[in-house]
Design a protein around this ligand. Structure first.
Ligand SMILES: Cc1cc2nc3c(=O)[nH]c(=O)nc-3n(C[C@H](O)[C@H](O)[C@H](O)COP(=O)(O)OP(=O)(O)OC[C@H]3O[C@@H](n4cnc5c(N)ncnc54)[C@H](O)[C@@H]3O)c2cc1C
Length: 326
């Protein structure tokens, strides 16, 4: 193995949560060959971020510091990484799996004539070869993928698949990435970024959460769940498709790109249990899942499960609780 690189993501002067997870993964992957991973940072004014990354056990932190990279653009990111990766040709390049990496990593892989392996959740050795695991069929199955041919392999890592606190501390040198910064062109102007939710509801304080998934089928089907929530004194949370569909406001989202919660009771209703959802709720004391598919991954983390149609199960639960309370 000639090396493992980890491309870090950051915003507002802070490393993205997935960046520390990617460093931890890179450290583990590189350790397999007795080496250390190299971290890469793109941006402007990277001093503090580079120092933060350099406090990890890495071979080096390489930076491309330029006003053109101040805001993420796929063109400038690809152009900055391409010459450095083409010259070094590390075996593996790891990225957090985010909207950014989803956008530019496929183009980078094509330009490098490299393999792109998206959404990896683990790696292991099998028959002397490195094999990555990634979810398929909405997380119902996991595929083991072995890459043929020579590197580099560009791997995006699912949020929550590796532990950020598994990142080993150390002291790494910081040096510039081999790229002619004068040649970089953004090709896109960021005219502004907006904060979507102003008055965010803090779900992390809720003792009971009823979380609604895509399985509920629409905003007009929420009334029985709201009724059960009132009865239990619960807050309503949701998976991301529910938010993206506009059925509930964004501050109700639980998961890697939403809130992280750990209530006493978490009822997942019509939620499949994708890893991005699980990372936001798996620390809940008691997890109850209602899902019509007995094979849904949510049942792997649930303490109690009801296999059935939520439109029947939720009113039945409400009726049973009313009866119990007299
Ligand atoms: C970068 C990134 C960040 C992400 N961040 C988040 C995040 O923060 N939070 C998040 O939740 N997701 C996140 N996702 C999306 C995530 O990958 C999944 O797509 C999402 O969690 C799936 O939501 P779901 O379980 O509601 O929907 P689905 O996966 O579609 O599952 C719906 C479930 O409902 C069940 N169902 C259907 N009808 C019924 C019925 N009548 N009765 C009972 N059960 C029924 C089905 O069997 C199925 O299991 C992210 C994805 C990416 C790429």
């Amino acid at each position: 193995m000639s090396g493992v690189w980890v491309v870090l993501q950051h915003r507002d002067g802070k490393l993205h949560r997935g960046s520390r997870e990617a460093i931890a993964a890179g450290q583990q992957l590189a350790a397999g060959s007795g080496a250390k991973a190299t971290a890469v940072l793109l941006g402007e004014g990277l001093g503090a971020l580079a120092a933060e990354a350099a406090a990890c056990d890495l071979a080096a932190v390489r930076t491309a510091d330029s006003p053109v990279l101040a805001a993420y653009t796929p063109g400038a990111y690809t152009a900055a990484l391409l010459p450095a990766l083409a010259a070094a040709r590390p075996d593996y390049v790891l990225f957090p799996h985010t909207y950014q990496s989803c956008e530019y990593v496929p183009a980078l892989a094509r330009a490098l004539d490299a393999t792109h392996l998206p959404e990896a959740i683990a790696f292991e050795e099998m028959d002397g070869a490195l094999v990555f695991r990634r979810p398929v069929l909405e997380g119902k199955l996991q595929a083991r993928v072995r890459v043929k041919g020579d590197g580099p392999v560009l791997v995006t890592l699912q949020s929550g698949a590796f532990q950020a606190d598994g990142c080993v501390a150390g002291s790494a040198p910081v040096s510039p990435l081999d790229v002619d910064l004068a040649t970089l062109v953004a090709g896109r102007e960021i005219v502004g970024t907006e904060q979507v939710a102003a008055d965010t509801i803090d779900l992390s304080k809720a003792a009971v959460i009823l979380a609604v998934g895509r399985g509920v089928g629409g905003a007009d089907k929420l009334a029985p769940i709201e009724e059960l929530a009132r009865l239990l004194g619960a807050e309503i949370g949701a998976s991301r498709p529910v938010i993206d569909s506009g059925w509930l406001p964004r501050d109700r989202q639980i998961g890697s790109s939403g809130q992280t919660v750990a209530p006493k009771l978490y009822v997942a209703i019509g939620i499949s249990g994708a890893i991005q959802h699980l990372v936001g709720m798996k620390a809940s004391s008691v997890i109850v899942a209602v899902n019509k598919d007995a094979g849904a991954p949510i049942f792997k983390v649930a303490h109690y499960g009801v296999v059935g149609d939520l439109h029947e199960v939720v009113p039945a639960l409400t009726a049973a609780i009313r009866e119990l309370r007299g």
